[in-house]
Design a protein around this ligand. Sequence first.
Ligand code: ZN
Length: 321
Amino acid sequence: MDRDVLISEVGPRDGLQSIARIMPLAAKIHWIRALAGAGVAEIEIGSFVHPKLLPQMADTGDVAAEATRLPGVSILALVPNLKGAERAFAARVPRVSVPVSVSESHSRKNTNMTPVEAIGQVRAIDRHRRSLGRPRLPGLEVGLSTAFGCTIEGAIDEDQVIRLAEMAAEAGADSVGLSDTTGMGNPAQAKRLFTRLRGALGEKAGGAHFHNTRGQGLANVWAALEAGVRTFDSSQAGLGGCPYAPGATGNIVTEDLVFLLEAAGFRTGIDIGKLIAARAILAEALPGEPLYGHVPEAGLPKGFLPAARMADRGRPSVSAP
Ligand code: ZN
C-alpha cells in the first residue's frame, strides 16, 4: 500500500490509560482487529507498567499475543524502563516506545527519574534488545514528553528538547519523536521544533504526538507536516479527554486526522468509513464514555474523495522542505 503519512493509533494505550475504568480484554482485541481491518498500519496496544499503577494496562501481554498475529499491522507498546522492556520483548512485542520527559519535575513525578536517568534506561534497553539474539532486532523508539510545555514548569527550553533528543539517539533509539503531552503547543512552535529536530537527528527524527487539550491539535499537525513530519499519533474518538478541560479530547482524534490528511491529498491507507464504524465497539465496551470527533458527527462531505482517488488533482499539497 502506498502511503504518504503513517498514522499510529495510540487509543488502546494513551486513551485507555487515561480513563478510570478498565476495558475488557475481549473488547480491546475486537477494537484492535477493527482498526487493523480499517487499514490502520500501526497500533500502540498498551503499556508494560506496574499493574498497581495502571490496572487498565495489566493485560497488555495478552493483548500482544493476539495483536502480533494480525497481518499488515505494526505493533508497539510503551515501556517506562528496562523492566517494562524485558516484559514487552518476552511477550514478543516487536517494538517499544520509551517516554522521556524533558521537564525535570514531570519526569521525577511520573517516573521517579531525572531525564538523564531516563536516557540511561534507553541505553539499557538498547543493550538488552541486542543481547536477545533475535533474527530481527526489536525496535526502540523514544518520545520526548512535555516537549511543548509542562503543567508544573510551564515553558520548556527548546535547546534542552534538542539536546535530549540527541542524547536519546546516541543512547541507541532508532527514532526520537516529540510529544505535546500537556496540549500546550502551538503551530509556530511545532514547525520550529520539528524543523530543528530533523536538522539535528536526520533519519532518526521521529513523529509527532499531539494532544488536543486546547484545540490546537490539528493545526499543530499541519505545521509539523510543513516541517516534513510524516508520522502522527492519534486516538480513535479522542478517547481519554482531559479532566481539567471539559469538552477537550485527549489525543487528537484519528477520524478527524484521517479526514484532514486525505482531503488535503495525503494517502493514509485508512478506509475512513470502516474507521468510523469501529467507534461502535468503543460505544458498546465503554458506555457513557465521551467519544469525540467532528467528522463522525458531521459525516463526510458530499463528493469527498480519499487521496488515492484524486491523483489527477495533484497531491500532496504540502511537500517536505
Ligand atoms: Zn499522550
